[in-house]
Design a protein around this ligand. Structure first.
Ligand SMILES: *Cc1c(COP(=O)(O)O)cnc(C)c1O
Length: 293
């Protein structure tokens, strides 16, 4: 079962509803952010809350103290007895346009937060890798985590063997429907620069970890025409960590099997996350950090 915070209380998600007048419904005005809780503790809360606030401000939503409130809702919600997975769950925070469109500004937003089970990709996907479908489309407002995923969803509708579409306007590889993209080519890891893609929270951890462990990382978009020379590719995101990519359209990546770089970065990332969750524990005990930092 999943729970949702809306209008001052936590309830079963199916008991929560938005008024039909909310501009999220008629105009697609809304942003969101997903983070994960582990045993009641949020991972990378500040990074996610910063991005949520930036997304909202960029589309003209007057956030005020909404993000501070959401932070408290998450901290409290993860500790509730009815929190799914005993606080090991996915937390999806939404800010919608509300009912008022004032010359393209949204002065009275609504917010709600859903706590639900995490559905990680099946083990088989990590063992065998996934396929992506390139498209020449691009994401509208790439630095905003908008609720509108229609452009990308339509690109691979009905294709059961494809994980997600891959945005490649003019042959430049940016990101997928909902993940950051990386390619390992000639000893360097390439990923598209910020500004052209969403600032993925996992993306930035992976770049830092890769550099720390001796990989060369260049924030420059790889091109579709470079992929035949790639020995590995992978995508990253909150609900997949690091997932190997073995095919893009008709192009097989490397030998068609997941490689050692993505496997190592997956392990390094999970170890880093565990260390950081433990460090937060320790600092709280020492009274150095407020509970949500
Ligand atoms: C959510 C999302 C990501 C991944 O971001 P994380 O913070 O790593 O979960 C990447 N690209 C797009 C378009 C997204 O919507």
């Amino acid at each position: 079962m999943s729970i949702c915070y809306l209008d001052g209380s936590y309830r079963p998600t199916e008991k929560c509803a938005l008024p039909v007048t909310d501009l999220a419904i008629a105009r697609g005005v809304g942003v969101f952010d997903s983070l994960r809780g582990f045993d009641g503790k949020p991972f990378a809360m500040e990074e996610h809350m910063r991005r949520l606030e930036e997304s909202a401000l960029r589309i003209g939503i007057a956030v005020g103290d909404t993000v501070d409130r959401i932070r408290q809702v998450i901290t409290d919600g993860l500790k509730r007895r009815d929190c799914p997975g005993g606080g090991t769950c996915l937390v999806k925070s939404f800010i919608t346009g509300g009912d008022t469109n004032d010359l393209g500004m949204f002065p009275n937003p609504r917010h709600f937060v859903i706590f639900c089970r995490v559905e990680l990709p099946a083990d088989e996907k990590y063992r065998n890798g996934i396929a992506l479908m390139p498209t020449s489309e691009s994401r509208h407002c790439p630095t905003v985590k908008s609720i509108n995923y229609l452009t990308g969803i339509m690109q691979c509708a009905g294709q059961a063997d494809v994980w997600e579409c891959l945005y490649c306007p003019g042959g430049e590889i940016l990101e997928t429907l909902a993940s950051s993209f990386f390619a390992h080519i000639g000893g360097t890891i390439f990923t598209a620069p910020l500004g052209t893609v969403l600032g993925g929270v996992t993306r930035s951890f992976i770049i830092d970890l890769a550099r720390t462990y001796g990989y060369k990382v260049t924030e420059q978009a790889p091109r579709l025409s470079d992929l035949p020379d790639a020995d590995e590719a992978f995508i990253t995101g909150t609900v997949k960590d690091v997932l190997p990519v073995v095919r893009v359209g008709d192009t097989v990546i490397g030998n068609g099997k997941p490689g050692p770089v993505s496997a190592r970065l997956l392990r390094l990332f999970r170890e880093y996350r565990d260390r950081r969750l433990k460090a937060v524990d320790k600092k709280q005990e020492e009274g150095l950090l407020p509970p949500s930092s």
